[in-house]
Design a protein around this ligand. Structure first.
Ligand code: PEP
Ligand code: MN
Length: 365
């Protein structure tokens, strides 16, 4: 399903620069001095378009710094006044949205925890109704595309047209080197579902650690994101939230220098021919893969029948563990990614068990 919301392109409100939309600034605004000095340094880098700063902080556990509150909005106004840049903050309820309208904040973003709640989104959308603010919506904590799209639809229905989605990864269901699981698949689905929606990436909250922010930012550009939101702090070691993932403004500039921005496509005949050739080889291989899968399902039917004749269960855990070990050994020899092969065979096996039970059900009818 594709949804063409009534959304304005980034170019309609973003200051004109050749660089993709770049938002940076502290995780949390802490003091006037910290806020202004960070912004001043960032403004020297002409690639930064918007200064961010959280003033109401959603903390997972109580007892840590929960944000400076509305006074921070004044500091954001001072930042805009001094640097001429747009600025923005996170809103998590109707009261925050009202405060931001009063203080004339340029960009309001909705955090991952809030996107999970349609009540909260509707409350915020009702307050912002008819305003021309830029509103950005982070993905919900869990990879639920409908919740993410639903939030954008609710805002759009209230007349908000300067909408942007922010991909910040998902709560990890298993240990990874990153703080949040990137789950690029959900981003790709959002791109397909809302083709005219600008989508940026927040590599800071995916990474959780400075050392991984660069690789995720590059990946984001390789996958066609329209921009980045990266946290920065004049002195990250003293930050009151997310200290491990923030950059000094000068380290941020070095990181941006290293990023390569890809072209969407390349109108060159030779490039086009070569790419077409490679793609047709992929098409042939994919067809062969599916023919192999089809041959496999025929054998699965035979197994189902044989088990049924001998009154044996469809699911055989020992065989399944042995099979997975064998497949992972083969994957290693063929230099295939272990996680990919694991997920692939989990799917194949799950479908094989489904097929066997359905086959037996049908025989018994
Ligand atoms: C943030 O941007 O500082 C933040 C709290 O992000 P998220 O909602 O992605 O956790
Ligand atoms: Mn943060």
């Amino acid at each position: 399903m594709t949804l063409d919301l009534d959304i304005l392109p980034l170019s309609s409100w973003m200051p004109e620069t050749p660089y993709p939309l770049l938002i940076s600034g502290p995780c949390s605004l802490e003091t006037e001095e910290q806020s202004l000095s960070t912004a001043r340094e960032l403004a020297k880098d002409k690639r930064v378009h918007v200064i961010r700063g959280g003033v109401w902080k959603p903390r997972t556990r109580p007892g840590s710094f929960e944000g400076i509150g509305s006074i921070g909005l004044e500091w954001l106004r001072m930042i805009r006044e001094e640097t001429g840049l747009m600025m923005g903050t996170e809103v998590a309820n109707a009261h925050h949205a009202e405060e931001c309208l009063k203080a004339d904040i340029d960009v309001l973003w909705i955090g991952a925890r809030s996107t999970t709640s349609p009540f909260v989104i509707q409350e915020i959308a009702d307050v912002l109704k008819g305003s021309d603010k830029v509103v950005m919506v982070k993905n919900p904590m869990n990879p639920d595309l409908s919740l993410w799209m639903g939030a954008l639809e609710r805002l759009n229905a209230m007349g908000l047209k300067k909408l942007v989605a922010i991909h910040r990864g998902f709560s990890p269901f298993q240990e990874t080197k990153y703080r949040n699981y990137p789950g690029w698949k959900t981003y790709i689905e959002l791109r397909r579902s809302m083709p005219n929606l600008p989508i940026i990436c927040d590599p800071s909250h995916i990474a959780g650690k400075r050392e991984f922010v660069g690789e995720i930012s590059q990946k984001a550009f390789d996958m066609g994101f329209d921009g980045l939101m990266i946290e920065s702090h004049i002195d990250p070691s003293c930050a009151l939230s997310d200290a491990a993932q923030q950059f000094t403004p000068s380290d941020l500039a070095k990181l941006i220098d290293r990023l390569v921005i890809r072209k969407q496509t390349f109108e060159d005949k030779e490039y086009g021919n070569k790419l077409d050739q490679l793609r047709s080889r992929i098409d042939v291989l994919d067809t062969e893969l599916m023919e192999l899968l089809s041959a496999r399902t025929e054998i699965v039917d035979q197994i189902a029948l044989y088990k049924k004749t001998n009154n044996v269960m469809a699911l055989q855990i020992d065989r399944w563990s042995q099979m997975m070990n064998m497949r992972l050994n083969t994957a290693e020899k063929l230099k295939l990614n272990e996680t990919f092969i694991k997920i692939l065979f989990q799917l194949i096996h799950e479908d094989s068990v489904r097929q066997q039970t359905e086959y037996i059900d049908n025989l018994e009818k």
